[in-house]
Design a protein around this ligand. Structure first.
Ligand code: SF4
Length: 321
């Protein structure tokens, strides 16, 4: 039985960006051959440095970016082959929580109307049915009924993120994409939102794709982790695989950068140099310009996925037989 809700196959996304002071545009290769499976009811996290392509991948799954190649299967249907009408129907099952709750809520709309909008657009429900769903959803995310008649500016940052989460859940989606859902919040309220996401996943069997650079959030929330480097997944495994037995030199370097999450074996790999420009991808293994174990073949050939265990894969020549 296929247990996947989302499958991304050989996905490529390019976009044009300004060259800055030199004028003209350049082609950014943001996602480069990603293969990924998100299983029903799991939280899959994607981690990597800023600029690694994780947000572009999320936007491509939401169809906010147009991939140049590949497949994005949702419930076995390819989102890239759907007409506008077909996409509209399936969209209510795919919702997104954005990084900044200040920017994602309309300041002129009362919370009730903000939550009502997607139901009006996507369903034929009566006013009474809509009211019931809105009140139930507000309760799910820990908001009182009284909050519904207020405006966004009357809430704290944490409450606004609860409202943004309620808006994502009001259509009862199967899949939620959370892009840095706590990074714009004060540290004191991040834990509340993290706990809320965990509760929602456990109580409502939701499937999440969590995009974040914060490895402590991943360690607490996720079931599996994909490590992304220059637009490709270089290692994927369960939280235990990645945090207790990391294999790819880039994963080890990322973990070493966070003092309280260093891996057990404490192999010190420090990230050297800057992330190369995605406009000018290195040949072979894209990590070779920063890898302390680089070999000649790393510069010439692209490593394939190597199974470390049934749940754990990495792309690195060091693990070839
Ligand atoms: Fe380093 Fe080579 Fe492995 Fe790439 S394939 S991570 S360059 S050892």
């Amino acid at each position: 039985m296929n247990n996947s809700l989302v499958e991304v196959k050989n996905l490529y996304v390019d976009y044009k960006a300004d060259k800055g002071v030199f004028g003209g545009t350049q082609l950014i290769h943001a996602v480069n051959g990603v293969n990924l499976e998100i299983k029903k009811g799991e939280i899959l996290a994607i981690a990597g440095e800023s600029g690694c392509g994780k947000s572009t991948l999320a936007k491509a799954i939401m169809r906010l970016e147009n991939p140049i190649k590949g497949e994005i299967l949702f419930d076995n249907q390819d989102l890239l082959k759907m007409s506008r009408q077909e996409l509209k129907k399936i969209r209510k099952n795919i919702q997104m929580i954005f990084q900044n709750p200040y920017a994602s809520l309309d300041p002129k709309m009362k919370i009730y109307d903000t939550l009502k909008e997607p139901l009006k657009i996507n369903t034929d429900l009566s006013e009474d049915e809509i009211r019931k769903i809105i009140e139930d959803t507000a309760c799910k995310v820990g908001l009182d009924k009284e909050c519904l008649s207020l405006y966004p500016h009357e809430f704290s940052g944490g409450q606004r993120q609860r409202i943004a989460i309620a808006r994502a859940l009001v259509l009862n989606p199967k899949f939620v994409l959370a892009d840095e859902p706590v990074s714009a919040l004060d540290v004191s309220i991040q834990a509340q939102i993290i706990n809320l996401l965990k509760e929602l996943k456990e109580n409502y069997n939701l499937t999440f794709l969590l995009i974040t650079h914060d490895l402590s959030v991943i360690k607490y929330l996720a079931d599996r982790v994909a490590i992304m480097y220059l637009g490709d997944i270089v290692e994927i495994g369960t939280v235990e695989d990645i945090f207790n037995n990391p294999k790819h030199p880039y994963t080890k370097a990322l973990l070493n950068a966070v003092p309280d999450i260093q891996n057990e074996k404490k192999e010190k790999i420090l990230l050297q140099g800057e992330l190369p420009s995605p406009a000018n991808l290195p040949s072979g293994c894209k990590f070779h310009t920063r890898c302390p174990y680089v070999m000649q073949k790393c510069k010439e050939s692209i490593p394939c996925n190597i199974n470390i265990s049934e749940t754990h894969y990495t792309k690195c020549f060091l693990y070839e037989n």
